[in-house]
Write a protein that binds this ligand. Structure first.
Ligand SMILES: C[S@@+](CC[C@H](N)C(=O)[O-])C[C@H]1O[C@@H](n2cnc3c(N)ncnc32)[C@H](O)[C@@H]1O
Length: 310
């Protein structure tokens, strides 16, 4: 009997990032069998959307991006809640409306100096395409979306509700948010734990802060194959042009569940591309496959991270 819901309508978290798995959550949930007794371990937490939707009782949620972890620690300890987020966004949103892009860049500079999680949400929700990208020194460097009216009441309320939803999802749960490299996180896993990994995709992103090399991807495959815990690993499997040979090289004998979706790299129909996502499973974590291929429209841009550095 699995603790994970077989059917799930995913909700979105307060933060955006390229490669966010909101639309893949149903595939993840229906692919994994796990009794929920051990810990849900996510070495690459990102926006937190998977853990928040799955809602395990005990979890280790880790990422090397300290800003993601700070945000969720702030929500967990109550310093960041719907009320404080509304106050912040109404104040900063109105300054953005008055001053335009100079205010966005002032917040970006302030954030790169002090790392305030409220500023992190502001930047994530008003930067170009909701991207998450850092320069060599760890400074957030995504430009403005060029919409000074960005924080309209409807968006403020949406973000406030997302913060409240995240707070509710972790309330009464034993969740540990840690800034940590994936190696240490996987090394801490024990039998009975379920590791869900969503690393930066092999051969797709170049980002100074999240740089993930082919060697590191191979090390990750070795660590997962060697772990005593159960695991699930997300990756891309194929598109019209190529197939991810990493998946075949390391995991050809592991159970796999797939889903295809469309994403856009531009406004024209011709730039609509189909991509197959895969969830690779350790044998004991594999649920019975469901005959279903979801065609999703317009996911957040995977390709956005390949734009030139700013
Ligand atoms: C594809 S994203 C995860 C997306 C997440 N599943 C979601 O839906 O939002 C990959 C994450 O890995 C993190 N990361 C990159 N290198 C890492 C490392 N060496 N150890 C731990 N996390 C790392 C990045 O900061 C990023 O948040």
């Amino acid at each position: 009997m699995s603790f994970l819901p077989r059917a799930i309508r995913p909700k979105a978290p307060p933060i955006k990032t390229q490669g966010i798995k909101t639309k893949v959550v149903p595939l993840i949930a229906r692919s994994i069998v796990w009794d929920g007794e051990g810990r849900w371990i996510e070495p690459f937490l990102g926006s937190g959307v998977v853990a928040l939707n799955i809602g395990p009782q005990r979890a280790v949620l880790a990422d090397t991006n300290e800003h993601m972890i700070d945000l969720y620690r702030g929500i967990q300890d109550g310093a960041i809640n719907g009320r404080s987020m509304r106050q912040y966004l109404e104040r900063e949103g109105s300054e953005l409306l008055d001053k335009g892009e100079s205010h966005y860049y002032a917040v970006r500079e302030r954030f790169n100096e002090h790392g305030d999680p409220f500023d992190f949400v502001f930047l994530s929700r008003s930067c170009f395409n909701g991207m998450m990208r850092f320069n060599k020194k760890g400074g957030f460097n995504v430009p403005f979306c060029r919409k000074p009216e960005r924080f309209r009441p409807a968006l403020v309320t949406k973000i406030v509700n997302q913060v409240e939803w995240a707070r509710g999802a972790m309330e009464g749960k034993d969740w540990d948010f840690v800034v940590q490299d994936w190696r240490a996180t996987i090394a801490s896993a024990k039998p009975g734990d379920m590791i869900y990994c969503d690393p930066p995709y092999v051969g797709r992103h170049t980002d100074y802060y999240n740089g993930f090399t082919d060697e590191e991807s191979d090390d990750l495959a070795r660590a997962l194959i060697a772990t005593d815990a159960s695991f699930a690993l997300s990756n891309w499997l194929e598109n019209k042009y190529r197939r991810n040979e990493y998946v075949d090289r390391w995991f050809s004998s592991h159970p796999q569940r797939t889903m295809s979706h469309f994403y856009h790299v531009g406004p024209q129909e011709a730039l609509r591309n189909e991509m197959t996502e895969v969830v690779i499973l350790s044998t004991c974590a594999a649920a019975e496959p469901v005959e279903e291929t979801q065609k999703e429209s317009s996911l957040p841009l995977f390709e956005a991270a390949e734009l030139t550095d700013v």
